[in-house]
Design a protein. Structure first.
Length: 71
């Protein structure tokens, strides 16, 4: 049986794939794992981490999807 984290991660991945479809120009040739990783914040909660080259509008969309799933 899947843990709560796994279920939430799967829901977020689905939303991230939709964001990828909507922004094909940026994501062309990139896997989602090269755009973000799910890590932990200072207070040990799940958090999105990005490399340097992710545009702010993509970050905002991914952060919105992440917040809607992980709260």
């Amino acid at each position: 049986m899947a843990t709560d984290f796994q279920v939430k991660k799967e829901k977020f991945s689905s939303l991230a794939c939709q964001i990828r479809e909507d922004n094909k120009d940026f994501f062309r040739g990139k896997t989602l794992s090269k755009v973000y990783i799910i890590g932990k914040s200072a207070d040990d909660k799940p958090a999105l981490l990005y490399p340097k080259n992710v545009p702010e509008d993509i970050k905002e969309k991914l952060n919105g999807a992440f917040t809607s799933v992980f709260g």
